[in-house]
Write a protein that binds this ligand. Structure first.
Ligand SMILES: Cc1cc2nc3c(=O)[nH]c(=O)nc-3n(C[C@H](O)[C@H](O)[C@H](O)COP(=O)(O)OP(=O)(O)OC[C@H]3O[C@@H](n4cnc5c(N)ncnc54)[C@H](O)[C@@H]3O)c2cc1C
Length: 331
């Protein structure tokens, strides 16, 4: 059985930044992710030799501390400004997923480890996967979207305060439907930077051309449905959803231009009810912490879950865990 100081559930940007900070402070960590690679909602898909982002497309910077980090990433060549002057939109080199891969290059990760539950073993925690693999640790950090964390904790044997669990239950995420299309021919309707989020038909929020964005040799369009459309159509079949999106876009994107069409469903895309602190500790006596993009800093007035809120949450929870675990070790 593997034994570490901190087991981090989820290899999205929250989990990876927390892991880096805890490692720097001398802790032995292991990130457990259910997928074959890291990144979570910073997702890039390869299609026909090209690539397209189909989760987050860009990030903005609103705080000085995040700007410092982004400046380092820019110096490393991992990100660059894409478009926009006020709150410039940053893109990642070779796709958003690549940013997390770069950040995770020295972080120990166990892939395809879908955590099923956590049990206590005296003063330690045992994290158990769906396949029965086990990892023992002194502390646990959970970073999946809050509704998935709630389900996991409800199956687990971990003490928590009922009020804390209710705060977690109160966080609510909207789904998102995203359509990826390869085209037979050039299209003129996008701006030169390949981004369009105005004058679109009802139900369509944003269209991005990954070639114009500079991340793909091939032209692949990523089409984001609005939150209302995504909620209304989430349980429909793939063909139904794609046909509806194509028909709404008909005047911009005639059917004969379209080659391949694929759909991505995000059940938990962005939260519309958030928690007003960068993390939660499930009880004062337990080293079980919960973080993620829905845990916003008290001074964050946007109310929006996004990459910046995930980064802030990951870095803050790492500080809190470090203090708690060091305090425990010295008593
Ligand atoms: C369609 C879409 C568009 C978006 N657009 C933008 C944008 O333009 N700008 C912006 O700033 N933000 C955007 N976002 C939000 C942004 O992607 C997120 O805020 C950020 O990626 C969240 O990171 P995270 O690490 O908190 O969570 P996630 O990236 O969701 O990471 C959680 C990880 O936990 C893993 N996991 C879950 N359950 C388990 C389990 N049981 N066992 C093991 N592993 C598990 C998952 O595999 C995942 O890797 C968008 C999101 C979506 C879906």
């Amino acid at each position: 059985m593997k034994e570490v100081d901190v087991a981090i559930i989820g290899g999205g940007i929250t989990g990876i930044l927390a892991a880096r900070k805890l490692m720097k402070a001398g802790f032995k960590v292991l990130v457990l992710d259910k997928s074959k690679s890291v990144g979570g909602r910073l997702a890039t898909r390869r299609i026909d030799g090209g690539r397209a982002d189909h989760g987050a497309q860009f990030f903005t910077v609103r705080t000085e501390s995040f700007q410092q980090l982004v400046d380092e990433w820019e110096t490393n060549g991992w990100v660059s400004k894409w478009f926009g002057k006020k709150h410039a939109r940053y893109k990642a080199t070779n796709g958003m997923n690549n940013l997390v891969k770069n950040l995770a290059s020295e972080v120990p990760i166990q892939h395809t480890f879908k955590v099923n539950r956590i049990i206590r073993d005296d003063e330690k925690y045992v994290v158990i996967s769906e396949e029965g693999e086990q990892v023992t640790s002194n502390g646990i950090l959970l970073t999946p979207p809050a509704p998935q964390t709630v389900q996991l904790l409800e199956r687990s044997d971990v003490r928590f305060l009922e009020d804390t669990m209710n705060s977690l239950r109160n966080i609510h995420f909207d789904p998102a439907l995203v359509c990826l299309m390869t085209l037979k021919d050039e299209l003129a309707f996008l701006s030169p930077d390949g981004h369009k989020d105005t004058d679109l038909p009802d139900g369509i929020e944003r269209i991005v051309d990954s070639h114009a964005k500079g991340i793909s040799e091939e032209k692949i369009l990523t089409i984001y449905a609005t939150s209302d459309f995504s909620k209304a159509y989430y349980d429909h079949g793939d063909d139904d959803i794609i046909n509806e999106i194509v028909s709404r876009l008909d005047f911009l994107l005639p059917n004969e231009f379209i080659n391949d069409r694929q759909l991505k469903r995000w059940r938990y895309a962005q939260a519309d009810r958030v928690y007003p602190h960068p993390f939660l500790q499930m009880s004062m006596s337990e080293a079980v912490f919960v973080a993620g993009d829905a845990f916003l800093h008290e001074e964050d007035e946007t109310g929006k879950t996004r990459i910046e809120s995930a980064v802030t949450s990951g870095l803050s929870v790492a500080d809190a865990m470090q203090q708690f675990l060091n305090g425990k070790a010295s008593t």
